[in-house]
Design a binder for this molecule. Structure first.
Ligand SMILES: Cc1cc2nc3c(=O)[nH]c(=O)nc-3n(C[C@H](O)[C@H](O)[C@H](O)COP(=O)(O)OP(=O)(O)OC[C@H]3O[C@@H](n4cnc5c(N)ncnc54)[C@H](O)[C@@H]3O)c2cc1C
Length: 309
């Protein structure tokens, strides 16, 4: 990648960097580089970028990279990292509007302060609203799409569209187009309707849920939350622990000794290849010993490193 590709783009307000390391943009703090990294200033800036993106150039979207493993060989094409600390939150017509670039815990606190119930679960999901929409993030009985009234999507061609939940097939940690069309576009905003609640009660619930997480999850070590989806009627963590895999390591990647469905990178030195090998080692051992095939919840993207890299 040479600088020529960054010079192709005009009138961008955000940062555009060629050959940029991505580890700092993922919660695992591991993985390779982006051929071209764009940090849009806002939704309109992202639209300006997409309208100039050559159609043949692959496009990858990251929010806070809290559910994503980027392989060591990095990502070809453009990577857009949407998270923006200044992104907008507002109350409008009885709905809560959130830019997709907002961090989900911020949305949870905003909803609580504005007397809404139901958003508390998002306080402990350390991604963006866009990532929560893409994943249908959920926990403690709450799920993102339960509260979505409409979303704004920016297509690959750089055109904004407004869609409703009826346009999607929503499942457990899965969101597909209802008409079977391949996933397209980037979520840029959402309007939520949360039931009315009591601000003090919502804030107390947030504190309680965060305390439960601190007690149960290795939040002081880089991780990407639950690695595997829970199989129907069971818990991935229970199955992994029952196979004696807590603490098992490959290279510098380790199955957390605190929560068996977390893989941690305690020294920030793990290669993505170690993390990936550990994911599939755990999957294989659990399958052999229990008969259950655990399905990864984390998304693994990018190229494997070449020999000697
Ligand atoms: C400590 C910890 C605890 C967690 N707990 C939970 C939990 O309780 N429940 C839960 O569901 N998840 C949990 N997660 C996982 C993760 O936080 C969620 O999946 C989160 O919603 C991902 O958001 P993100 O912005 O980090 O997404 P990323 O990891 O950046 O991206 C995830 C996927 O979403 C896509 N995507 C991201 N932004 C957009 C966008 N704007 N438009 C279209 N696609 C987009 C990406 O292309 C990718 O495929 C946890 C993670 C950690 C580290």
């Amino acid at each position: 990648m040479d600088m020529a590709e960054t010079r192709h783009f005009r009138q961008l307000r955000g940062a555009l960097v060629a050959d940029a390391p991505l580890a700092r943009y993922t919660s695992w703090r591991a993985g390779g580089r982006a051929q071209l990294l764009f940090l849009p200033a806002d939704r309109d800036d992202l639209a300006v970028f997409l309208r100039q993106l050559p159609p043949a150039m692959p496009l990858t979207v990251l929010g806070l990279g809290s559910n994503t493993l980027v392989r060591d060989g990095g990502i070809a094409g453009a990577v857009v990292v949407t998270h923006s600390p200044g992104a907008a939150l507002a109350v409008a017509d009885g709905l809560i509007y959130a830019d997709a670039a907002v961090a989900s815990p911020k949305l949870a606190r905003f909803a609580a302060i504005h007397g809404c119930a139901g958003a508390e679960f998002l306080a402990g999901v350390p991604g963006t609203v866009g990532g929560a929409l893409a994943m249908n993030a959920g926990c403690y009985g709450g799920e993102t799409w339960t509260y979505v009234v409409r979303v704004e999507v920016l297509t690959r061609a750089g055109v904004f569209e407004v869609r409703t939940p009826a346009d999607y097939r929503i499942g457990y940690r899965s969101v597909h187009r209802a008409d079977g069309a391949p996933p397209d576009g980037i979520f840029t905003a959402a309007w939520f309707r949360f039931p009315p609640g009591d601000a003090a009660a919502a804030r107390a619930r947030i504190r309680e849920l965060l305390a439960r997480r601190i007690a149960a999850q290795p939040l002081d070590q880089p991780n990407a939350g639950s690695v595997f989806r829970n199989p129907p009627g069971d818990h991935a963590a229970r199955l992994i622990e029952s196979c004696g895999l807590k603490g098992f390591a490959i290279g510098d990647a380790q199955v957390s000794a605190k929560h068996a469905n977390f893989i941690v990178n305690p020294r920030r030195t793990a290669r993505a290849a170690d993390i990936e090998a550990l994911i599939f080692h755990v999957q294989r051992v659990v399958r052999e010993r229990t008969g259950v095939l655990l399905e990864p919840e984390v998304r693994i993207i990018g190229a494997r490193a070449q020999e000697g890299e």
